[in-house]
Design a protein around this ligand. Structure first.
Ligand SMILES: *[C@@H]1O[C@H](CO)[C@@H](O)[C@H](O)[C@H]1NC(C)=O
Ligand SMILES: *[C@@H]1O[C@H](CO)[C@@H](O)[C@H](O)[C@H]1NC(C)=O
Ligand SMILES: *[C@@H]1O[C@H](CO)[C@@H](O)[C@H](O)[C@H]1NC(C)=O
Length: 362
């Protein structure tokens, strides 16, 4: 009985202190978390939430939105870095749709830069952050104090780099050996720069199992059943690439954890959750399975995906209920999927300890 009372006193105490734990949220990354730095889409993007296209590559909110909302860490919607006339004192988002982790030059040297239309690499996003900081928190010392109470989500990064290499025609084996070590190194360098500026609480997401995405499944379909996971139906060789990235990323993060023992660097496992969507779609209410696009080429091929009828373009249509789909447009996910992913970061098990671990000690 007394223990029970103590438990409630403690949890309500932590509940109060928790909502004050973070003064701000800073996010870096690509289309998985861009909240409006690049607005190229139209409705039906935004149809489920916001009611208009906000630049989010989904029918509604993204994982980073669900991290911030009152049920999460309780901060306002994250303004994009390019927004005018808004306050960045509770946080700001440096993520850009189509952002690669590596700089333009890396692709230019390999004649792969044609498809790159934003310059927002890891280092360029951190440059922007560094430039903005004085206007948010003042002197470098004041900013260290400020950032010591902020949450930083760094990524996901890498998805567009792999798209650029693979869509550019490089063999997966070459992308694996040439890109992955450099990309995971660049992510670690970005994390280290943020630590230098004062960040002490960082979440670093993995890349996704892109072999489960309709875009990859459609462009690289194979007649050999061995190329697919027997239970997931995902394309093995692309998931193996993601898996390798995540293994090297974890190695980098472990190195940084040893170097900076006072800093919390948590890995966010997008991969495991999204792969579980493919294995057990019904467990999450994805009645149409995990591999068919909601917005796109309804009824075309196995995956409702066709490059000539992409979401929001001529010939595309929207499924009756986006909450029954993982994939929104073939490469990005639905709000329903993002909500579930965010739950796994806030309460576990896909961030460990979970972001809200002081409220939910189990
Ligand atoms: C900028 O914000 C201020 C205060 O909210 C407002 O009074 C002003 O009209 C805004 N300016 C523009 C150009 O939106
Ligand atoms: C990105 O930067 C490079 C120079 O580093 C430049 O050549 C290229 O045009 C830029 N791309 C865009 C989209 O601004
Ligand atoms: C889309 O369809 C409309 C109406 O049929 C047509 O006017 C327009 O040119 C088409 N746009 C493209 C990009 O094909």
């Amino acid at each position: 009985m007394e223990l029970l009372v103590l438990f409630f006193v403690l949890t309500s105490f932590f509940d109060i202190s928790f909502s004050q734990r973070y003064n701000a949220l800073f996010n870096f990354g690509d289309s998985l978390s861009d909240t409006g730095n690049v607005v190229i889409s139209n409705l039906p993007y935004g149809m489920t939430y916001f009611g208009r296209a906000t630049g989010r590559a989904s029918d509604g909110r993204l994982v980073i939105d669900f991290i911030g909302i009152p049920e999460g860490i309780g901060l306002p919607h994250l303004p994009p870095n390019t927004a005018r006339n808004v306050s960045f004192h509770r946080g700001v988002n440096f993520a850009f749709i189509a952002a690669p982790a590596l700089p333009f030059e890396f692709y230019h040297e390999r004649r792969l830069s044609k498809g790159l239309w934003v310059n927002a690499s890891v280092h360029q996003q951190v440059d922007r952050f560094e430039k903005l900081l004085p206007s948010v928190c003042g002197t470098p010392q004041d900013c260290k104090d400020f950032l010591s109470k902020s949450l930083v989500v760094f990524g996901e990064f890498g998805g567009n780099d792999y798209n650029t290499g693979i869509f550019g025609g490089l063999p997966v084996s070459e992308v694996r050996s040439t890109f992955v070590p450099r990309i995971t190194q660049a992510i670690a360098e970005g994390v280290e720069r943020l630590i230098g500026l004062g960040a002490v609480d960082l979440i670093v997401p993995s890349v996704l199992p892109v072999g489960c995405f309709p875009l990859y499944l459609t462009l690289y379909s194979s007649s050999n059943p061995e190329d697919y996971g027997p239970r997931s139906g995902c394309a093995r060789k692309f998931n193996a690439l993601s898996w390798y990235h995540n293994a090297l990323l974890l190695r980098q993060l472990n190195r940084l954890r040893h170097k900076y023992p006072a800093v919390s660097i948590r890995y966010a496992d997008y991969y495991a959750q999204v792969f579980d969507f493919a294995l057990n779609p019904l467990k999450y209410g994805f009645k149409d399975g995990a591999l068919r696009t909601c917005c796109g080429a309804a009824g075309m091929g196995r995956y409702n995906f066709n490059l000539r009828a992409k979401c929001d373009q001529n010939g595309s249509s929207v499924c009756p209920d986006p909450t029954t789909h993982v994939s929104w447009d073939g490469i990005h996910m639905t709000e329903a999927a993002h909500r579930i992913i965010a739950q796994g970061w806030l309460h576990g098990p896909y961030v460990n300890p979970p972001i809200l671990s002081f409220i939910n000690p189990h």
